[in-house]
Design a protein around this ligand. Sequence first.
Ligand SMILES: [Fe+2]
Length: 135
Amino acid sequence: MPGVTWSSRFRLGIGEIDEQHHGLFSLANRLDAAVGLGAGQQAVSETLPELIEYVKTHFAAEEALLAETAYPEHAAHQAEHEAFIRKLTGFSQACKSGIPTVPADIVAFVSDWLPAHILGRDKDYVPHLAENGIE
Ligand SMILES: [Fe+2]
């Protein structure tokens, strides 16, 4: 299982966001561990909704900061968030309706997306937020 390991390179220096990113890693790892133990579909149907709720709360907090500072890339950033939620929701619904999903694929998707998004799109807004006094 790939998993995601939190390290200081993911720290953006914005307390609220760093704390939530850390929380996301914890949930992703809980999903990874459960799938690794062979809990499969059940782990996905139990943990994924929790992850989706946390992701929604986190994205809303992040987007509020981008909106209040009139971040020029706000729309593109938001679109990336929405695509991630759509994908997770699709997995979750397939799982709930008994359509066979591959739990390892879900874990791999989340484990790839989270670090790439934080080190890419999220890191990009840090100077803009700092200019606006948010850190
Ligand atoms: Fe983001």
